[in-house]
Ligand binder design. Sequence first.
Ligand SMILES: [Fe+2]
Ligand SMILES: [Fe+2]
Length: 273
Amino acid sequence: MELGFWLHRARSCYNDMNLKIDVRKGSGTDLSLFAISDLHLSFNKPVGLYHIDFQADIDKPMDVFGWERHYDQVRDAWLETVGADDTVLIPGDISWALRLDQARYDFDWINALPGRKVLSPGNHCYYAQSKKKVRETLPEGMEWIDADYTVVEGIVIAGTRGWNLPGEPGWEEETDRRIYDRQVGRLKMALASAAKEHPEKERIVMLHFPPATPKVPDSDFMEVMREYGVKTCLYGHLHGRSRRDVIEGEYGGVILQLVSCDYLDFKPVKVKL
Ligand SMILES: [Fe+2]
Ligand SMILES: [Fe+2]
């Protein structure tokens, strides 16, 4: 809000002086945070950004879900939208790979696209058993956060995977409660540490699972985010028909934003602040 206000003032001043002002993306004068999750890539060898062989280079084509050559769509939209100085937040389901040496092909493809990238885990990120090993594997310019945080353009970005919410269809108290509680604890741990080290900074959270749904309108994830004054929560995971469960906008004290790639029509979107 404050930044927008001062940008507006700066623009007015320059306009008054009949000067043209070019507020470039990522120049430091314009906040350039984008997001897109659930890329669900599965390259099985090093590939370039272009000329991907649909038959030979991909293990799990998403075309069966109607995502026609979605990596081409993501690439074109990303190149159109994101500048080298911008940052793209990717909350989960990044790669279908089971092992890190396979996921590396997907990381390298993402890395060839412009901008800094901040990634966090989804339920399909089976390769991510060790945060340390994921970080060692990621190319420079890509970061992995999981139960911790990073700082981008003066804003704290905290992340954890999240989980199904109590009361959702399929919820099983005996097995799900333990994972849910642990994930709530990991979010709290990330935000507590960010609040201690950067009490003045705004906070964004990257979850993979939604923190609220029409069936479960509040959760401990929401409660923790309210407690730590989180401005915006990005989430993914909802695809196809599940997208009808989207909750977006100002909600329970937090701005919620669904960024799963089919929901975004495969185009990275600006983070709402
Ligand atoms: Fe997904
Ligand atoms: Fe998912």
